[in-house]
Ligand binder design. Structure first.
Ligand code: ZN
Ligand code: ZN
Length: 362
């Protein structure tokens, strides 16, 4: 297949231009301008697929911390742009060369464009390409009835996964990027996941798939999330009682999915000497932790940023083998028109994974 030629930034969001006003319109949740807030529903032209592109009818988009950071202008974006990058739906239009995808239920990787020439791209690390442009921040994303993506980004959603839960392929691929290559846990290991949000419960499932026995910690505000973790077979523990749950020598593996200073501090203390510590969560700001613990305990510290084609393949294998389930994580599905309430609840960690389904608006 011929590589897509580079396109200047301003042409990515071609459906935002006035010349498209004759085309059928749709509603999208748009970051309208730089600066805090400047987010709201707006009308734009429906996309149409060019060669090697498809249009997905969106079934669900997960609300992610990154969306809140875009709302607050703490994460770079190129307004005006439709937000939303945790997408699932069905391919309803396919450009030349992409016809095989027509009718399939899919979830797309988030990169609309990478240069395919830099050292990172050539090593399969499209996530680290400096020219990377992703849907939901630089190119129109999924908080709309339809979204346009390149066919090379598509992954078929397993038949076992519900039509909304398919939007969790993207966060699971980020978790897989953090926890594999090399795998951080071995059979018989004890593991602690700090933070029972979606990333935490996905991390717990991946660590279990690697053979670890997993404890997951949260605060008293996380009661519903800890209940969901318990229903999936993980040992829940309140952060205030974590000390009593730490094995004698400490956990073999600790993964922080809280992005919280106190959670990270507790995790570094709970991991055993010579153990492995994985940073899954983002703090969004500099924090104060005792980094000497990394030396004093000879910790191996790893992480991951976004996802790669390889981590998406791992997702397909984990889901296909039944080692990770997604549907129990979806606690709320709302129309686009309720975005403000759902964003606010995500901000307050009320619910586990909140999603918007644009079909509910029509
Ligand atoms: Zn996300
Ligand atoms: Zn590149």
């Amino acid at each position: 297949m011929q590589a897509r030629p580079a396109r200047p930034d301003e042409t990515y969001n071609r459906c935002m231009t006035d010349s498209d006003s004759e085309r059928p319109q749709m509603t999208g949740l748009i970051k309208r301008a730089n600066g805090s807030q400047n987010v709201g529903l707006g009308t734009l032209a429906r996309p149409s697929a060019g060669p090697d592109e498809v249009v997905i009818e969106v079934y669900a988009v997960g609300i992610c911390g990154t969306d809140l950071h875009i709302q607050d202008d703490e994460f770079p974006s190129t307004p005006p742009v439709v937000m939303g990058h945790e997408v699932t739906g069905r391919v309803i239009e396919a450009g030349a060369g992409a016809e095989d995808w027509l009718g399939q239920r899919v979830s797309p990787e988030t990169y609309f464009y990478t240069c395919d020439r830099c050292a990172a791209c050539l090593a399969g690390q499209r996530n680290l390409c400096p020219a990377r442009r992703s849907i939901g921040s630089h190119v129109n994303g999924g908080f709309a009835r339809f979204v346009l993506v390149p066919q090379r980004n598509l992954h078929a959603v397993d038949a076992s996964v519900g039509e909304h839960a398919g939007a969790l392929y993207e966060p699971l691929s980020c978790v897989a990027q953090c926890l594999f290559d090399p795998a951080v846990a071995s059979p018989g290991d004890t593991a602690l996941v700090v933070g029972p949000g979606a990333m935490g419960i996905l991390s717990a499932q991946v660590l279990r798939a690697q053979g670890a026995t997993v404890t997951i910690s949260g605060t008293s505000a996380d009661a519903q999330r800890l209940d969901i973790a318990a229903s999936l077979g993980f040992a829940p523990v309140l952060a205030s009682e974590l000390d009593s749950a730490v094995p004698g020598i400490g956990f073999d593996v600790v993964a922080d999915a809280s992005g919280n200073e106190r959670g990270i501090d507790a995790g570094l203390r709970a991991v055993r000497k010579g153990g492995r510590y994985v940073q899954v969560g983002l703090t969004g700001k500099p924090i104060s932790v005792d980094i000497d613990l990394v030396c004093l305990k000879e910790l191996t510290v790893t992480s991951g940023f976004a996802s790669t084609p390889r981590s998406w393949r791992r997702v397909e294998q984990l889901i296909g083998a039944g080692l990770v389930v997604l549907d129990p994580l979806v606690t709320d599905v709302s129309p686009l028109s309720a975005w403000e309430t759902s964003f606010g609840r995500t901000r307050r960690a009320d619910g586990l994974k909140l999603m918007l389904d644009p079909r509910m608006d029509t």
